[in-house]
Ligand binder design. Structure first.
Ligand code: FES
Length: 108
């Protein structure tokens, strides 16, 4: 059994050269909201859920992006309601939120 049941990584990469990056697309506020909701639902910690920052995940064209393990499901999101759905459905119940899944064809 793994230490965490599920682990979500948010790209918070900031580029200063004008190229698109997740930080321009409110990734930090999505990360903060996810962390707060996981904590509020008492999902955080050993045997539960861990929310982590990441650098560029190299799928910038679909930004902002996050990935959930162990299922390796990639998401793109727009607002806090999307984050709520990922937390409530996937992180808590193990159900993939199909409408937010990032297609495999989306790369950098
Ligand atoms: S900047 Fe977010 S995936 Fe590259």
């Amino acid at each position: 059994m793994s230490y965490y049941q599920r682990h979500i990584f948010f790209c918070l990469n900031q580029r200063d050269n004008g190229e698109a990056c997740c930080a321009q697309l409110a990734a930090q506020s999505a990360f903060d909201h996810c962390k707060a909701r996981v904590k509020a639902l008492a999902l955080a910690g050993k045997g539960g859920v861990r929310v982590n920052k990441a650098g560029c995940l190299d799928r910038c064209a679909g930004g902002p992006v996050a990935v959930v393990y162990p299922e390796a499901v990639w998401y793109t999101f727009v607002d806090q309601a999307d984050i709520d759905e990922i937390v409530d459905q996937h992180l808590q119940q193990g159900r993939v939120v199909e409408r937010l899944v990032l297609p495999d064809s989306v790369g950098r």
